[in-house]
Each structure stands twice: as C-alpha cells, then as structure tokens.
Design a protein around this ligand. Sequence first.
Ligand code: NAD
Length: 379
Amino acid sequence: MQVAVVKETGTAERRIAPVPEAVDKLRSAGHEVLVERGAGDGAFFPDDAYSEAGASIVSADRVAEADVILMVGRPDAAQLGRLRAGQAILGLFAPLTEPELVSQLAAANVTAVSMDLIPRTLSRAQPMDALTSQSNISGYKAALIAATTFGRFFPLLITAAGTARPAKVLVLGTGVAGLQAIGTARRLGAVVSAYDVRPETRTEVESLGATFIELTSVGEASGTGGYARALTDAERAAQQAELADHITRHDVVITTAQVPGRRPPMLVTDAALKAMAPGSVLVDMGASPLGGNVEGSAPGETIVTDNGVTIVGADNLPSTMAAAASAMYARNISSLLTYMIRDGEFTVDLDDELVAAVVICRDGAVIHPALIKTAEAAD
Ligand code: NAD
C-alpha cells in the first residue's frame, strides 16, 4: 500500500503528519511511503531525514496518487482537486464546524477520517488521541506566553533589591489544555486558581496544587463523552457576572473553554476587562474568527486595551512547537492507520465503534451520524 504525506498549506502551519521515525515503522510494516518535497521543513525535518527513513520524496501530483494520504490540517482547494475516488485521507478536519469541507470530501468520493473525532472514552483509542496530544502542547505554550507577556515575575522572589510576590493566575476551562496550563504555571511558581463547568475536574485541579473555584450562580454543565454542554443565555450571563469578580483579582487569565461543535463560550466580558488592573494579561486559547473566550480577542493578535490589559489571541499553538507536536501527532495518526489496516489494505469496518466514530464520509456520502444530524438541522 502507498501511504503519502502532504505538505501542509494552512496559515502558519509548521507541523507534518509523520516524523521520520514513524516513516521507518510504516516501511517496516511493508508500506511504500511518499513524502511531498519540503513537507517537513517547518518542523525542521529535512527531506534527507525522510529519505534516510526509506521514504521517496515526490511532487504534490505524485502524492495525490497514493492509496492513503496523511495530513495534520485540512486540504486546500488544490489538494482537494487532486483527490482520487476511493482514496483514504486522514487529518484534523474539524468536521462539526466545517460542513463545507465535509461536503467537498464527500463529493471527492474519498474515505475521509477525522482525527479529532477519536472517542476519548475508549482505552484502545488513547494512543490515537490527537486532540489530547495537541491540547497538552497548547496548554503548556499558553502558560509560557502568559509568563513572557506579563511584566512581573511568576514566582515569589526575595532579593536584595526587593521582594516580588508570586503572580496570581486563573485558568478557565480545565480539560487537557487547562490542566497542562495549570501544571506549567505552577512549575513557574505562580499561585493558580481554576474553574470549569464540569465540577468533576476539581480533583485533578487540586492534585496539581491549584485552587478550584466554584460558582454559585451556575450549576453543573457536563455534557456527553466527558465534554461540557453549551450554557443557556441566562446561565451564561450569570456565569460571566460571577466570574468577573474572580477575574479582577488575578494578574493573568488563561482561557481554554470549548464546547464541541459550538463557538467558544464567552467567559471574559468587556466589563470584566475594564475592571482588571493595568498590566494584567489574558491568553485566549479559544480565540477564533467566530469569537473566543475573551471579548475582543482575535486569533494571532495581541491587543492592549485602553486600561492597559494585554489580550493575546492564541493561534495554532501546537504549530509553534512543530517538532514536538509532529512527533506526538505522528504517533496518533500511525496508531489509527495501523489499526485500520487489515491484511495490508486500508479497511473501513463500521461495526467497530472506534472506526465508526472517525469516518466522516465514504463512497460519495457523508456517513457520520453526528454530521448527518447537523446537516438535517441546518436544512
Ligand atoms: P474541551 O477542549 O472540549 O474543553 C475544554 C474545557 O472547557 C472542558 O473541561 C470544558 O468542560 C470546559 N468548558 C466548556 N464550557 C465552559 C464554560 N462555559 N465555562 C467553563 N468551562 C467550560 O475539553 P478537552 O480538553 O478536550 O477534554 C474533554 C474531555 O475528554 C474531558 O472530560 C477529559 O477528561 C476527557 N479526556 C479523556 C481522556 C481519556 O480518558 N483518555 C483523554 C483526554 C481527554
């Protein structure tokens, strides 16, 4: 079987699906590996490293002839145009929020597998869990960005020139990224508090040495599969108002809140920003073109408000640590690919709940139940 690796074309995307080590393993399993010229440059894996691992370095057109295509992000128009019927393509396609891409993949008659739909609850899927591997990187990097943007120390520092009190950091959303942000901020010496609408995260927060904040105005909002549900308008307003008091008592706020398939919940309003002290810093990991967790944030932009509060809109943080992110993602995608190969062929066994959870379209049709439901609701 021919497995090909494309050069990512997404804005500021530096990752590559498999690192050379993963290519070596695919070759050992008997597959021919094609890597598009320069595909690893952004993560500092040169073509030579892939050649040494046994891959052929080829053009974009040649990549498009393979049986299976491995990607990190989504294919662009040119890559979509080169897809062949019956081919399989694996990547992080965010299908719940990208219905147009889903339709395009179905129209291309390919088997599309979205790495962000890996079920978190299946233990055999853990090595394939790309959302977790990439969120860990995002959380770590968000805490580092917060520390370097903040004009004071994170740790307590006692020197002959004076004493610096430790920074007070608040992490909103304590899923994978939030917990990693807490751990990183704690290791830098900050005093950390955290909040999530899923109260079951309290134990994990406390085990990292942070204080869990409980809101009285909003109850539990756990959804299905370990995710949060979207809040009602009344719950959201109550949450924003109560959170504002906590936000103003902190020097640094890192927001990571997400609800699958929805725009990120707004947690820090303009009123809360205006009440923060000058020099405060927010890093919004939810920043997106649709809006983020912080009012006014924009992905890839750093804004300083009139009252001296810096808002950093995070944008593809895993890509800023492309070598580590690619190494982890390579493990995830190789595990899923290996799992789906039976007798040397890429096989779609929809009776397997893991496979059924990740295949979004096949034979010209969208087959994923959640996507069919979303499309029906939109009609
Ligand atoms: P996510 O990225 O979907 O969301 C991040 C956090 O934001 C979540 O903790 C969510 O509860 C929180 N959130 C959403 N709306 C909010 C609001 N209005 N206010 C405050 N917080 C809000 O979550 P994730 O990091 O992908 O984790 C999702 C689940 O998957 C978790 O239950 C996690 O424990 C689980 N998980 C399990 C495994 C495993 O078992 N192997 C691995 C990874 C993750």
